[in-house]
Design a protein around this ligand. Structure first.
Ligand code: ADP
Length: 359
């Protein structure tokens, strides 16, 4: 760690020597002029210029010492000057010393204010980095949870197939393939989330929106069945491909689906309905919606649900929708929610088409 004294030394070493030499020369010239000219000419007020120049070149103590030295030279000149009326000289001497004192006080206050602003900025930067780090850790933990759960389930399945009498190696192999897929997905997700936090651009390829929705639905299938949810699909025909990062868009759809499933866990099984639709807007944008019949959203949730760490769930992280919004916005799209008069919530997301595909 750097000590304060070390910092001061380094700081002093950075100060250009020529500025100190220039200050010394200027001080000497003012002293000579003040002493050689009549009492009536208040050359000593120019010491204020020396002080102002010294503020950037000297430490606070240095500036104060210089101010005392200038005041001393002003008084010394008063006794060395021979020409003119002494009374005028005395008045000019008092005015000059006062001017030196006031200038020193004000310029040191300015330096202190600048230092306070600098310290506040540094603190703000540090806090922003910490928040970013917290968000990054939370989002990786959130996004990797799903593939990790899939790894455990498939590895246990592989175990069971091998323990059978007789063992079923083909089925065990298939389960192990699912383990590898999920592990690859987890590492992909980490890479993308890190990229997102660093502000990297998405890796866009031509993406079939309907196929992406079906993959996300597949990922959530086990949860949908476990909760006895009825699913309706309404996918638009012949949608042109969009340019998007496939893993990231799957993350968005999977987040929305999991939220919808969780929102419906509080309503009776017979009323749990999930509707997934894709559409083309008049503006040419493509989009999809995920509608549930869950607990719905109050005014407070509507206002805050895209904020980082805002959650209404015990054990929730409040990061899924924040990431989803960053992803969609990095694609030039929009994501929003409405809570209709009917129960539940509707999340919609639209994405622009590549320029040449606009009809
Ligand atoms: P988390 O799921 O960890 O809470 P999210 O950012 O995904 O984090 O969601 C934030 C909050 O938004 C949730 O806690 C919940 O209150 C609300 N929310 C999200 N999706 C829905 C939904 N489909 N229905 C009702 N509330 C929702």
């Amino acid at each position: 760690m750097q000590t304060g004294a070390e910092e001061t030394r380094r700081e002093a070493a950075r100060r250009p020597r020529w500025r100190l030499a220039a200050l010394a020369v200027l001080t000497a010239l003012i002293f000579i002029a003040d002493t050689a000219t009549h009492f009536e000419i208040a050359v000593a007020v120019f010491y204020t210029a020396v002080i102002l120049l010294a503020v950037d070149a000297l430490s606070v103590r240095g500036v104060v010492a210089l101010a005392w030295f200038c005041a001393f030279l002003t008084v010394l000149s008063l006794f060395l000057t021979r020409a003119g009326a002494f009374d005028s000289g005395l008045a000019n001497c008092v005015i000059s010393v006062l001017a030196i004192a006031v200038t020193t006080y004000l310029s040191l206050k300015l330096v202190a204010a600048k230092a306070a602003v600098f310290a506040a900025q540094a603190k703000l930067g540090q806090m922003a980095r910490l928040t970013q780090l917290g968000e990054l850790t939370a989002s990786i933990a959130h996004e990797v949870n799903q593939p990790l759960a899939a790894i455990t389930t498939s590895a246990q399945a592989a175990h069971r197939w091998l323990d059978r009498e007789p063992p079923e190696p083909e089925r065990a192999r298939a389960a192990l393939h699912r383990v590898i897929d999920a592990a690859n997905r987890a590492s992909d997700v980490i890479l993308r989330v890190r990229g997102l936090a660093k502000g990297e651009k998405p890796r866009k390829t031509r993406l079939d929106l309907n196929a992406m929705l079906l993959t996300a639905l597949d990922l959530a299938q086990a949860e949908i069945e476990r909760n006895g949810i009825a699913v309706t699909l309404d996918l638009a025909d012949a949608l042109p491909p969009i340019l998007a990062d496939e893993v990231q868009m799957q993350q968005v759809a999977a987040n929305l689906l999991l939220n919808a499933i969780e929102a419906m866990s509080a309503v009776p099984p017979a009323r749990r309905e999930l509707a997934i639709a894709s559409f083309r807007e008049d503006s040419g944008h493509l989009g999809f919606s995920i509608t549930d019949t869950g607990v719905g959203l109050g005014a407070n949730a509507l206002e805050h649900l895209f904020d980082s760490f805002w959650t209404s769930k015990e054990g929730g992280m409040g990061i899924g929708l924040t990431i989803s919004r960053s992803i969609v916005e990095a694609h030039g799209g929009r994501i929003w929610v409405t809570s209709e008069p009917r129960p539940g919530a509707v999340f919609r997301c639209t994405l622009p088409l590549p320029e040449k595909d606009h009809a």
